[in-house]
Every structure is written in C-alpha cells, then in structure tokens.
Design a protein around this ligand. Structure first.
Ligand SMILES: *Cc1c(COP(=O)(O)O)cnc(C)c1O
Length: 346
C-alpha cells in the first residue's frame, strides 16, 4: 500500500551539501549530526548516503538512536558518538562498542572510568551552559588518564555575529594539548560559516546538510534536500462569499477552484502555513487557503483546470522561506516531519 504522502529526498543535494561543508571545514574532517532521525529525513537513509560520500563521524543524541544505526556503523567502518553521554542504564549498550559516549558530567566521567574507561569523547562547556564539564576543571586535570578521541564544545550563538563566538573558540583553543584527545571540535553548521578559526579538527554540521541556512554565508552553498508531496483528495468550486475550513479563515471574494490535500499539522505542515503556505505543480504556484487542519490543507487551483483527485502537488519547503512564512524555525520544520510520509530517496 503506497502512502498518500511522500517526502521526496534528494541524494545529490544531501551529498553536495556535505561536500561543500567539508570544503569549508578546510583541513578539519566534516562529520554529520543525524540525531532526531536525521533531522526528520530518516537517519539510516542519511547515514548510508553520507558514509558513501566519505563522511566518517556521526552524532546522535541517545543510545536508542545509536542502536538503530549499529549495523551500519559496523558494516561501513565509521564512528558514531552519543551526545548525551551515558546513564547507568545505557552502560550495557555502551559496552557493546558500536558507539562512543560524549561524556558531559562528573557523574558520567566517574561511571565511565569505573567501567574501565574505554575510548570516549568529552563535552566541555565554554559558555553555553547547557551540557559539558567546565573548561577550568579540564584545565585542572579532570580528564587526566581518560582515553579521549574528541574533546568538543558547542557554540551558543554561531548564527549571530556575537562576541561570545570568539570567546568560546578561545576557551577551547586554550585546552589544546591539555588532554589525551586526538581531536578538538567546536563548529556546528553555523560555526563552519564563521571561518577556518572555528573548524579545529572536526566539524559537526546538522541543519545545513538537510537544506537549512543558519547564516547568510551559506545561502548560496546549501541546496534543498526534502520536499513534502501530497495527493489531492477532492477538488471543489467555491462561489463568492463561501469560506474554507475551521473557523472560516478564508472567504472567496469571487468564484474559485480549490483542492483539498492529504497533509496537515500532524505531518509537520504546521498551522503557521494557514493562509500563507504555498504548493506548486511545475511553474504554477498554488497558495494555501484558510486554516491548516490536522490532516488536510486547502489550496487554490484555478491555475490548473485539469488538476484533480489523485494528482500530486509539492509543498514549498525551501527552509529559509518556509520558516519565515510559518513562524517556525528551520530546525522545527525538519524535525517535525511526521511518520505518515513515505520517505523516497532519488
Ligand atoms: C545538534 C548538534 C550539532 C549540529 O548542529 P546544527 O546547528 O544542526 O548544525 C552539532 N553539535 C552538537 C553538540 C549538537 O547537539
């Protein structure tokens, strides 16, 4: 049974985005954040394609996400890191060796050392005050004796021109050589665009791989990867004065042709697209009319007299524009893409 809803995914755009970010990373390796199911695109599909392109370092948030990729990690000989570290209940999974924890807290470091302290990554806080041990404690020897692959930190304001960016970079730089770490890592997608001083030895883009543009410098570099496509369930004609959908938020000023699409906010096509989103078929733009409902969205189809029940339309989902139109962040638009899509890689 084929789904009435597709997420059209562009392999060449995904790979081109990674290659471009890899080039911008200079001599640093370029990894990939594939947490949250590959930002909604499907972690396994993303993982296989980026590994084939040459990506060797992948990041997920939890051990459940890591376990779902374990066979690929082994088969493709790449590295996987778990950003949230290890809880006591994660230790059996961590002991299997298909991924490294990114240790974040004193408790996690103690737990890892007590279990034998195999190779790990460590997150050091350089000013974001989210996850990580303090840079002062690292400087004072907290990590001495620990076998560290990557000592990493995370930028809080990389999508802005903030003084905090250089401050965070300098705090990480200060720790170079202080631990056994083979590599230092700081930059996410936006951090890569801040310039070569932020790349260190390994970059960790997520958003920009998937078509997101966190900084203007990347606008001409990043290509759209994901396009939602929905099937038309019904076509109807409205007379002047009739309105559409919940709360009658659109009223026809003259007779119009409308198509009802099989997509709604339960699929991640958010209510912010009410009276503002747009679909297209070829060059024809088909604006959203009225309120987006849970499973359905109405569009204007006067431009295409022959378009009808069972035909497919693409929703405009270029992330910078879709975010501006809907009031959602580019991250939320990607990670909100629901489970009812058939994810189709071309
Ligand atoms: C999610 C995440 C990234 C990727 O960030 P983007 O802004 O999506 O490029 C990198 N590093 C860490 C620690 C993260 O949590």
């Amino acid at each position: 049974m084929t789904a009435p809803l597709r997420l059209s995914l562009d392999t060449s755009a995904l790979v081109a985005n990674w290659r471009a970010l890899d080039a911008l990373s200079g001599t640093a390796a370029c990894g990939a954040a594939v947490k949250a199911d590959g930002y909604g695109l499907g972690a396994r599909g993303v993982f296989e394609r980026l590994a084939a392109a040459g990506c060797r370092d992948f990041f997920v948030a939890s051990w459940g996400e890591a376990a779902a990729l374990a066979d690929l990690v082994t088969d493709l000989h790449v590295d996987l890191s778990v950003l949230h570290g290890v809880r006591a209940e994660d230790m059996p999974a961590a002991a299997q060796g298909f991924a490294r924890p990114v240790l974040n807290t004193l408790e996690q470091i103690r737990r890892w050392r007590d279990a034998g302290g195999g190779r790990c990554d460590v997150m050091v806080d350089t000013g974001m005050n989210r996850l990580g041990v303090s840079s002062e404690q690292v400087a004072d020897g907290l990590l001495d004796g620990l076998a560290i692959d990557t000592l990493m930190s995370h930028l809080a304001c990389a999508d802005e021109d903030a003084a905090a960016n250089a401050r965070q970079r300098d705090r990480l730089e200060h720790l170079r050589g202080r631990t056994s770490a083979r590599r230092l890592s700081l930059a996410n997608s936006a951090g890569i665009a801040l310039g070569s001083g932020y790349a260190f030895d390994l970059t960790r883009p997520g958003l920009a791989l998937y078509g997101g543009v966190p900084r203007g410098e990347l606008a001409s570099v990043v290509r759209q990867v994901a396009t939602p496509q929905a099937q038309i369930l019904q076509r109807r004609t409205l007379t002047a004065g009739e309105s559409i959908g919940y709360n009658a938020l659109y009223t026809a000023q003259e007779p119009i042709e409308v198509a009802i699409l099989n997509i709604g906010y339960a699929d991640g096509y958010w209510r912010g697209f009410t009276n503002s989103g747009c679909a297209r078929v070829g060059a024809a733009l088909l604006p959203v009319l009225g309120r987006v409902s849970m499973d359905l969205t109405a569009i204007a189809v006067d431009a295409l007299p022959s378009l009808g029940e069972g035909d497919w339309v693409s929703l405009n989902f270029a992330l910078p524009e879709a975010a501006a139109v809907s009031g959602m962040s580019q991250y939320e638009l990607l990670t909100g893409l629901g489970s009812r899509f058939e994810r189709l890689w071309a």
